[in-house]
Design a protein around this ligand. Structure first.
Ligand code: ATP
Ligand code: MG
Length: 410
């Protein structure tokens, strides 16, 4: 028999909703604090000398010899067994070896990548976080923008959107414009950028208040007919992007004014697409609605919008699942050149991301099957390496020098 206590499921009105909201916020704070003892802040793992050597394309012995010869370089700290290096130290060594992959500001423009799909739960945030962190690990200067009022990306960085993010820390005032944001308005996004526990990876956070941007952008479009509501974010990113190589935008699962801004701000797009029937349906809608949006923006803009890269990522892929095999095969044949060769595997490693608030790149010692972890990590590395190549292709200074054709032997 069910629970018959008379006070079960009491009626819920406005006061109770407020109380539920406060309790949920408290619950989040407790969970975050429990996961991030003792400082309630994320602290990034360190990397062993062999991991650093692998990252820098050398071997541990050669690297150790180089460090010995140059005592001014970071020497790592020993935890008893291993010599460990922090990310900023890795970047210093990388710089000393002339291996920092920064773009050449004279020829290469910063690249903005947006991870999208109007459908929820397709791994947009997981993909964004891992792309940004992969690029930071490789030495690029990265800005991530959380453009979803659900603020999952913000939380992945260990930040509580309710309690630790002010409206002025989000893109809201910039999107609202001076008329609505008033004293909160700044003509640059610089003031909302915060450093993260990842060296050279900065973040613009989000919180629930970002929903307000929908009404504000709609209002601006109505009040000033012809106002390019879709390009506000792009202009905002241009105020800060000179300091970065890549800007990564995590978007909300919605067709909205804010997302139109993300789609217009993006130089490159990643469509996260799990190989499931309902997800294929939403991809069709995504392409259709994007075509409508870009058709509209092209009539206002002097240069038509072109995405480079435009990449479909088969996300949450289960290699042993027949439906996944069939559907991903179809996706590949239908969108051959647009689909990343590597899928993002469905993995318990990434399901664990939530409660422990760790991404795969933040895990130093995986408590579980090592092979499971390696498989997940490899799949993320493969996905991100393909995107890295596509991003670098946009930069003239990084293109392989074209060799003059040798005259055919006569
Ligand atoms: N490759 C994966 N393997 C297993 N679980 C995954 C994988 N990618 C994402 N997940 C899990 O699926 C859920 C949704 O992922 P995520 O938040 O990245 O999707 P999203 O598209 O950003 O969702 P939303 O539309 O709500 O913003 C999360 O619980 C995440 O941990
Ligand atoms: Mg998300």
């Amino acid at each position: 028999m069910g629970d018959i206590r008379p006070n079960r499921f009491p009626p819920v009105g406005i006061d109770e909703l407020r109380s539920l909201s406060a309790r949920a916020s408290d619950l989040m704070q407790r969970a975050r604090n429990a996961a991030l003892e003792p400082n309630h802040q994320k602290i990034l793992r360190k990397w062993s000398i062999s991991e650093v050597a692998e990252l820098l394309g050398t071997n541990a012995d050669t690297l150790a010899r180089r460090l010995k010869k140059k005592p001014e370089l970071p020497q790592g700290e020993t935890d008893g067994r291993k010599r460990l290096f922090a990310l900023d130290e890795i970047h210093t060594i990388q710089g000393d070896m002339g291996l920092l992959p920064h773009r050449d500001p004279a020829t290469d423009a910063p690249v903005t990548m947006a991870i999208c799909n109007f459908k929820g739960g397709v791994a947009k945030t997981t993909t964004s976080a891992h792309l940004g962190q992969y690029l930071a690990l490789r030495g690029y200067r990265v800005l991530m923008i959380d453009l979803d009022a659900q603020a999952s990306l913000t939380q992945l960085f260990g930040i509580l959107p309710h309690l630790e993010v002010e409206t002025t820390d989000t893109v809201l005032p910039y999107l609202e414009g001076p008329e609505t944001a008033g004293a909160d308005y700044r003509d640059s996004l610089a003031s909302c950028i915060r450093k993260t526990h990842w060296h050279n990876l900065d973040l613009i956070c989000s919180n629930l208040g970002l929903y307000g941007a929908e009404f504000a952008l709609a209002g601006r479009a109505i009040q000033a007919p012809g106002f390019p509501f879709y390009r506000v974010l792009k202009d905002g990113i241009a105020t800060v992007s000179a300091a970065y190589d890549v800007v990564v935008i995590d978007t909300a699962p919605a067709l909205s004014f804010v997302n139109s801004n993300a789609l217009f701000a993006a130089d490159g797009l990643v469509l996260a697409l799990p190989p499931a029937m309902l997800d294929l349906g939403s991809a069709a809608q995504f392409f259709e609605l994007m075509a409508q949006l870009i058709d509209q923006t092209n009539t206002y803009e002097s240069t038509p919008k072109v995405y480079d890269p435009f990449a479909i990522l088969i996300s949450k892929f289960k290699p042993n699942d027949e439906v996944h095999q069939t559907l991903s095969g179809w996706i590949r044949t239908h969108f051959e050149d647009h689909t990343l060769l590597s899928p993002m595997l469905e993995s318990t490693v990434l399901q664990k991301v939530g409660p422990e608030i760790l991404t795969a790149y933040e895990v130093a010692n995986y408590e579980g099957d090592r092979r499971t972890f390696q498989r997940a990590l490899q799949s993320l590395n493969d996905v991100n390496a393909e995107l890295e190549t596509a991003i670098r292709r946009r930069w003239p200074s990084k293109r392989p020098a074209e060799r003059p054709l040798r005259a055919a032997a006569g």
